[in-house]
Write a protein that binds this ligand. Sequence first.
Ligand SMILES: [Zn+2]
Length: 212
Amino acid sequence: MEYKYELIRSPRKSMSITISNDNKITVRCPWTVSRAAIDKFLDSKEAWIHRVVARNAERLARNDDVIEYRSVYFCGERMKLVIGDRTGVSDGCVYVTKIEDIEKLFTGLCSEEFFKEVDEIAAVARLTPHSVSIKGYKGRWGCCDAKNNLIFNYILFMLPKRIQRYVIVHELCHTLCHDHSPAFWKLVSDYEPRYKALKKELAEYDFLTSLY
Ligand SMILES: [Zn+2]
């Protein structure tokens, strides 16, 4: 295979390959698998690897200013990020004194309306989360724990409202169905019929969850 990858051997039964948003390739395999078998496995996946790597590279190139903290998304709009002596959003610019201020700024501006939307969808769908909160965390957009406490990542406030709404519907549906079974997706489609397209759109922003 033409790509570099990290190989992790462990007491597992099968081989798997994952590609992160920033194109780090990881191959996991059982202790005893030979190099030849690994190469054969990778060759069989080559077309897929090529496709994913190319797509990620294109997305990263498209967002280089965001990745370098020269711009930041706010509700789906890409704005100039100005690091200086004030904090706020105006005239297509986001002003902060340091990158870490973005969480407090965006949460302050957006959380009230966001909580209202969670309540509205929950009421229509007759779903009752135990609690709803917002925090910053890496690698995911939201979660619903076993006690139906919903936690949403503040980085959602960077995304267009329609995608925020999809994540709300997704996590609310987990209060009834804690897996990603066909029954779960049926429930999601009842409240968000465009969920397939929105899920794809959301994946385009996944890189943001490891950026802040
Ligand atoms: Zn889920």
